[in-house]
Design a binder for this molecule. Sequence first.
Ligand SMILES: CC(C)(COP(=O)(O)OP(=O)(O)OC[C@H]1O[C@@H](n2cnc3c(N)ncnc32)[C@H](O)[C@@H]1OP(=O)(O)O)[C@@H](O)C(=O)NCCC(=O)NCCS
Length: 148
Amino acid sequence: MSVRIRRLRYRDLPAVGRIERAAFGTPWPAREFAFELAKPSGLCLAAVTEDGLAGYLVACPQGRLWNLRNVAVATSSRRLGVGSTLLRALLESERVAGSNVVLEVRESERGAIALYERFGFYVAGRRPEFYGDNHEDAVLMWCSSPRR
Ligand SMILES: CC(C)(COP(=O)(O)OP(=O)(O)OC[C@H]1O[C@@H](n2cnc3c(N)ncnc32)[C@H](O)[C@@H]1OP(=O)(O)O)[C@@H](O)C(=O)NCCC(=O)NCCS
């Protein structure tokens, strides 16, 4: 499957909403994505196939770190390398390469954790009962993106 990475746009938000609601029990509302898209410093990427939007990734700088805030792939496009293509694009991007990248992930999201470990993220800590909906722990993961 051919996957192209480009910037995420406001006009993607309806398709983002569909993917987000299928991916998460507590999906971000559209205004959260709009807020991230409005940040000049953020990095919001779209993965596009011949069928349209297949996934997206949202990251923003926090001081000297980058925070990977959201990544999701359409159910029908999973395990085809879309998530990997998005992560690679982030870690190899001019602005992020050479920086430390952090993220929080639900401990039950074993697939996402496996994906992150494949890209060199390691577990740096836990936030007990971080998620209000089910009191699940967040796993804090960290990686040093190689310099370009
Ligand atoms: C996590 C997610 C983004 C992965 O996207 P994807 O496009 O399916 O990932 P890839 O195809 O690039 O997977 C690359 C590797 O990651 C690992 N992986 C991905 N999903 C996995 C799963 N469900 N179970 C186990 N390993 C998994 C595997 O090692 C996989 O390689 P393989 O397919 O050769 O075995 C996608 O499953 C998703 O949107 N999940 C719901 C939202 C979510 O949990 N987001 C992360 C929150 S922080």
